[in-house]
Design a protein around this ligand. Structure first.
Ligand SMILES: [Zn+2]
Length: 300
């Protein structure tokens, strides 16, 4: 897999980061965009977690993308930074259709009566609405399925995703969650793993992955490429690119996502360019070197 220059045409199967913001502060300031992830994979085209600005990022994308081409919309959970643009993207997905079109995959609590994240009149325009169930595989094209992976995230139902396509590399998303012991087994087929990492260090009561969680996970799980995204302000202050590079192992290249980054899902080889010469510092060293930012937090 490799990252593409924006001026080229899109590869046949790719993801594009419409946003890389994590935490409310980063979302509200739009220090990073919060549009989720666009995917084109095995004939399916869609957006995962269309947060604030998702439509704007689609319209601003170069090469162009269009909400009208979407056939699948997936929410990993209902939090506003993952769901706010769902209805406008349903509008795009169904614009040209005289009959209900496309599918939406979301959690059951997204459809709570009286508190649904999808407006009733928009939901009527959608052909299929699926709710996540752990280990369930939902077909999103005749070549592609998406498996739901149960997560643990404060106050809401939340699921990660594993995409499988005939003759295509599998890839996955670990969304907002604490690190769960079954992740290494569940995601073992993925050649690309995108991981929401909101903060540098674990914090009590915050159900998010942290840098040491990724480090531990990559001892047991070996995707060719892992990309951290959904980053909070502390992590962005620290330079996520360097931290990501320090997480790389012999088997896995690790990169930090940037807004607009495109990843070719089929290109072989990983991200050798991100490995730096000389001695690699461990992620823990990075954290120790910035004690002021982390007063009151413990380095594990
Ligand atoms: Zn969340």
């Amino acid at each position: 897999m490799e990252m593409k220059n924006e001026s080229e045409l899109y590869p046949g199967n790719f993801i594009r980061f419409l946003g890389t913001a994590g935490t409310r502060f980063v979302m509200l300031s739009q220090r990073r965009s919060s549009g989720g992830i666009w995917f084109s994979y095995g004939g399916a085209m869609g957006v995962i977690d269309p947060g604030p600005g998702s439509l704007v990022q689609i319209c601003a994308a170069s090469p162009p993308l269009s909400a009208i081409d979407i056939d699948t919309l997936i929410l990993t959970h209902r939090h506003i930074d993952h769901s706010s643009d769902l209805n406008v993207l349903v509008e795009g997905m169904t614009l040209r259709a005289s009959e209900p079109r496309g599918r939406v995959i979301l959690t059951e609590d997204c459809l709570e009566p009286g508190d649904s994240v999808i407006l009733r009149y928009e939901s009527r325009r959608v052909e299929l609405i699926h709710t996540h169930a752990d280990e369930a595989r939902t077909e999103i094209s005749n070549r592609v399925s998406v498996e739901s992976v149960l997560h643990k995230h404060h106050g809401v139902q939340c699921y990660g995703l594993i995409f499988r396509g005939d003759g295509l590399p599998s890839w996955g998303l670990i969304s907002d969650t604490v690190a769960l012991p079954n992740f290494s087994a569940r995601y073992s087929e993925c050649e690309l793993l995108v991981i929401n990492v909101a903060m540098p260090l674990p914090r009590a009561r915050l159900d998010h992955m942290s840098i040491p969680d990724v480090e531990s996970l990559l001892q047991a799980l070996y995707p060719k490429l892992a990309i951290i995204t959904h980053m909070g302000g502390f992590l962005l202050d620290m330079g996520p690119e360097e931290i990501a590079a320090s997480l790389s192992t012999e088997r896995t290249s690790v990169a930090a996502a940037q807004d607009g980054m495109v990843v070719d899902l089929e290109a072989a080889g990983g991200l050798a360019g991100l490995h730096r010469g000389g001695a690699m510092r461990s992620p823990r060293d990075f954290l120790r070197e910035r004690p002021n930012i982390y007063q009151g937090l413990k380095i594990l």
